[in-house]
Design a binder for this molecule. Structure first.
Ligand SMILES: O=C(O)CC1=CCC(=O)O1
Length: 262
């Protein structure tokens, strides 16, 4: 098991592929752990170094008391990449992971060659909405919200498959404190101005059935970044890497190739 001891937090991560290969770092969404990416890995080309991690308060990483700031989450990604000696990586962030990508691109452009903003935005929801969610989790645990979250994460067709229960289990088994901590970070984040100043090569991915960050919201964020490329995966909700792994990997592979990463 790989653990990066960053002092105030210990992050659980996986580091697969040759150490000297082009690096791709994956940052997952609220309520998920690094297994979020399991289904796309078989469809990615060989010869990549693939790093996935559980952000603080999720998976096997440590879970400091809430609230967390977006700055802390960006700092965790930055310190993990420094710890691993990564440079010139492609950073793939989904939802809150995409907010981390935007912040990291502003703070440490030296670490990144390009980024993928998947099912994310410069600002997601309102402070009030996130406070309601935090209050609901404090009151009834993540379970109280789980059915509504499944409707945003997945298309109707996927919700009828046997896999649904496993993803729901992933959600409800995350620490409530970590979920609340990251919700507070999202509530306090508005990257509209800073993301508008980015020039990093960017692929934005949306899911046609995404109930959390609908395609128009993702498109608006992509439009802030000159020459970004926007794609919609049809028939997928908020987690297209789970519902449509082959399509997701195809888009990612083409982007990596375009930027000399494979
Ligand atoms: O709505 C959800 O629960 C999905 C989500 C919003 C931000 C994030 O990271 O996941």
């Amino acid at each position: 098991m790989l653990i990066a001891d960053l002092g105030d937090v210990r992050l659980h991560y996986r580091d697969e592929g040759p150490r000297d290969a082009p690096a791709v770092v994956f940052a997952n969404s609220l309520g998920t752990d690094l297994r979020l990416w399991d289904k796309i890995l078989p469809y990615l080309p060989g010869g990549l170094r693939i790093i996935r991690y559980d952000k603080r308060g999720h998976g096997l990483s440590s879970c400091p008391p809430a609230p967390y700031s977006m700055g802390a989450l960006i700092g965790d990604a930055e310190r993990l990449m420094d710890h691993l000696g990564l440079r010139d990586a492609v950073f793939v962030g989904l939802s809150i992971g995409g907010m981390i990508a935007q912040g990291l691109a502003v703070k440490r452009p030296d670490l990144l060659r390009a980024m993928v903003l998947s099912n994310t935005a410069a600002k997601i929801g309102t402070r009030e909405m996130w406070q309601e969610r935090i209050d609901a989790v404090r009151g009834g645990g993540i379970e109280a919200l789980a059915d509504a979250i499944m409707e945003r994460w997945f298309s109707r067709a996927f919700r009828e498959t046997v896999e649904l229960e496993a993803w729901r289990n992933m959600l409800i088994r995350q620490p409530a404190e970590g979920y609340i901590g990251c919700s507070a970070a999202i509530a306090g984040t508005d990257f509209l101005t800073s993301t508008s100043g980015l020039t990093l090569p960017t692929l934005a991915i949306a899911g046609s059935e995404d109930g959390s960050t609908p395609p128009d919201l993702v498109r608006e964020t992509a439009a802030l970044i000159p020459h970004s490329h926007f794609e919609i995966i049809r028939g997928a909700g908020h987690l297209p890497c789970v519902e449509k792994p082959r399509e997701y990997a195809r888009l990612l592979t083409a982007f990596l190739a375009e930027h000399g990463h494979v």
